[in-house]
Design a binder for this molecule. Structure first.
Ligand code: C2E
Ligand code: MG
Ligand code: MG
Length: 537
């Protein structure tokens, strides 16, 4: 009996021990789990965050939001990170900016230039660097003192920033892949980066604008200071492949500008300097030609393909200079636009074309439409509107007999403005033709919303007309589309009989080109009309 009792109590003892041990084990595991969640993990997280901060990532997220001491520690840690970040930003700002003008400094500029050259290489685009140095700045500094010198630098930076902002240049870029940059290199040296600049005329335009903006004196401490600058231009890829080379070559070009008498701009490459000198020469002579009424209009007939009747004439400018010989309008019109001569030229063309058209209408008694070419600049003001109204009034020409040819590319420069201006012309009763269609890669659907009466298919498409070719299919498609939108179509540059036939089959309305006639002087045109009248009689 005792044995049984003993055995039972031992087994009971074991059970109690097992239960106790299990309970203790559970308690310890549980405690450890709690400890781990509340203490060890957060401390590990903080440790990790500290390591991140040590590596310079000061804004690391820490996901601890308990309300105990650990939570407080995490909050403090976060604040520390934010303060550090703010401090970093300040250091960065100071390191990357010039503290007198607030412009980006050399370091930041080189950073941008490096990135811009890499991007230009990748995207196969060009860019321009303009190096500026204020003329005679040392003399101002020496005679008027450093304080005045500093004030002048500030005012200079300010005026140029404003000027450049109008050409979309950001002087305080914030975005990583910045657009255009205006920076101060050192002393009186400033620099401009124009990324994605493929046309040299863009860099030149900016340079000329800067020089012009300096014609007004600066008012510094009660005195008027007249300041000019010399500008050197280097282009990627022509003048250098790396940021360093571009900067060096823009600098050399700037010295060249100084040597040539200051207050001007020069390219690094000789060829471009020659080109811009040539342009200046043309501009000068063109100005004289305009004053001396040495410009002329020639007229190219436009013919209705179905009836064979004369439907209109396009007025084309001609200029022959005693020294330069015949200069093509394709050459001198862009120069006239660049140098601001185009408004005067257009005024002359409009008046002369209206006068001539009215005279022919009276003389020949036929409803000829006079077509004139209009350049893009006019879309920026309303001078053209009143110019045309005046010319119509003076000549007595009916607005319906005047057609304006506007190129696709000129419309694209400012779609909204162009749309408004075209509406105004339409309301005046003028005919509108879209010139050089197909060369501007524009959105067809947009162009079709503009109030054009006529579409001129560019010569290049006509030259490519061959039986069963892709080019032919494109021309056919343009003609069909225009017709379905209620527009007439005229083909330019028709030189061959075969093309005439093809265009007729495709239902093109009118043709213009050497096959019918080259552009003619007024006298020749009259002869042309008389001869046709004789033939049809
Ligand atoms: P555009 O308006 O496209 O004029 C057509 C050009 O093609 C003219 O050149 C004309 O002589 C030429 N052409 C005509 N038929 C043929 C042909 O069958 N084959 C070939 N290969 N060419 C032909 P042009 O007279 O040298 O004028 C060139 C451009 O200059 C014009 O292109 C126009 O954009 C501009 N332009 C001419 N006169 C004026 C003007 O008074 N004001 C403005 N703003 N621009 C003008
Ligand atoms: Mg034209
Ligand atoms: Mg054309």
């Amino acid at each position: 009996h005792d044995d049984v009792l003993l055995a039972k109590s031992i087994s009971l003892g074991r059970t109690v021990t097992i239960i106790t041990l299990t309970a203790m084990l559970l308690a310890v595991t549980f405690l450890f789990a709690i400890l781990r969640k509340l203490l060890i993990r957060p401390i590990q997280k903080l440790g990790q965050a500290a390591r991140e901060v040590g590596r310079g990532h000061v804004l690391v997220p820490i996901d601890i939001d308990s309300r105990d001491e650990i939570g407080e520690l995490a909050t403090t840690f976060r604040e520390m990170g934010e303060n550090l970040h703010h401090y970093h930003e300040q250091v960065r700002y100071v390191a990357y900016h010039d503290n007198l003008t607030g412009l980006p400094n050399r370091l930041m500029f080189m950073d941008y230039l490096n990135r811009a050259t890499t991007a230009a290489r990748r995207e196969q685009q060009g860019l321009a660097v303009l190096f500026l140095d204020i003329d005679n700045f040392k003399r101002i500094n020496d005679t008027l003192g450093h304080q005045t010198g500093d004030k002048l630098l500030e005012a200079f930076a300010d005026r140029l920033s404003k000027q450049l902002r109008e050409t979309d240049i950001v002087s305080r870029p914030t975005v990583e892949d910045a657009p255009n940059v205006f920076a101060r290199l050192a002393g009186d040296e400033f620099i401009i980066l124009l990324p994605r600049t493929t046309a040299t005329s863009e860099a030149e335009k900016v340079a000329r604008r800067i020089l012009k903006s300096l014609s007004e004196p600066f008012n510094i401490t009660m005195q008027e200071l007249h300041v000019s600058t010399s500008i050197g231009i280097a282009l990627y890829p022509e003048d250098g492949n790396t940021a360093g080379d571009l900067l060096k070559h823009a600098d050399i070009a700037m010295y060249h500008a100084k040597k040539l008498g200051r207050n001007n701009y020069q390219y690094f490459s000789k060829k471009l300097n020659e080109a811009s000198a040539e342009k200046l020469k043309i501009e000068n002579k063109l100005r004289h030609a305009l004053e001396n009424k040495a410009l002329e209009l020639h007229y190219q007939p436009q013919v209705n393909l179905v009836t064979g009747q004369l439907s209109g004439v396009e007025a084309l400018l001609r200029w022959e200079d005693p020294e330069l010989g015949k200069v093509s309008p394709a050459v001198f019109i862009p120069i006239a636009v660049e140098f601001g001569l185009i408004v005067q030229i257009s005024e002359w063309v409009i008046n002369e074309a209206c006068r001539q058209a009215q005279q022919w209408i009276t003389a020949f008694n036929f409803p000829v439409i006079m077509s004139i070419n209009i350049s893009a600049v006019h879309f920026n003001g309303n001078s053209l509107e009143s110019m045309i109204a005046d010319a119509l009034k003076t000549s007595g020409l009916n607005p319906g007999n005047l057609e304006l040819e506007v190129t696709e590319t000129s419309i694209l420069q400012d779609l909204n403005q162009a749309g408004q201006t075209l509406d105004t012309f339409k309301n005046m009763g003028l005919q509108l033709a879209l010139d050089d269609f197909g060369t501007g890669y524009s959105s067809l659907s947009y162009l079709m919303k503009l109030p054009f009466d006529k579409l001129k298919i560019d010569q290049s498409f006509i030259f490519n007309l061959k039986k069963d070719s892709k080019g032919t299919a494109i021309v056919a498609a343009i003609i069909n589309l225009s017709h379905s939108l209620g527009m007439h179509v005229i083909a330019e540059g028709v030189e061959q009989e075969e093309h005439m036939q093809m265009l007729l089959q495709m239902h093109c309305d009118q043709v213009q080109g050497y096959y019918i006639s080259r552009p003619l002087t007024a006298g020749q045109f009259e002869e042309f009309v008389r001869q046709r009248n004789r033939q049809s009689a």
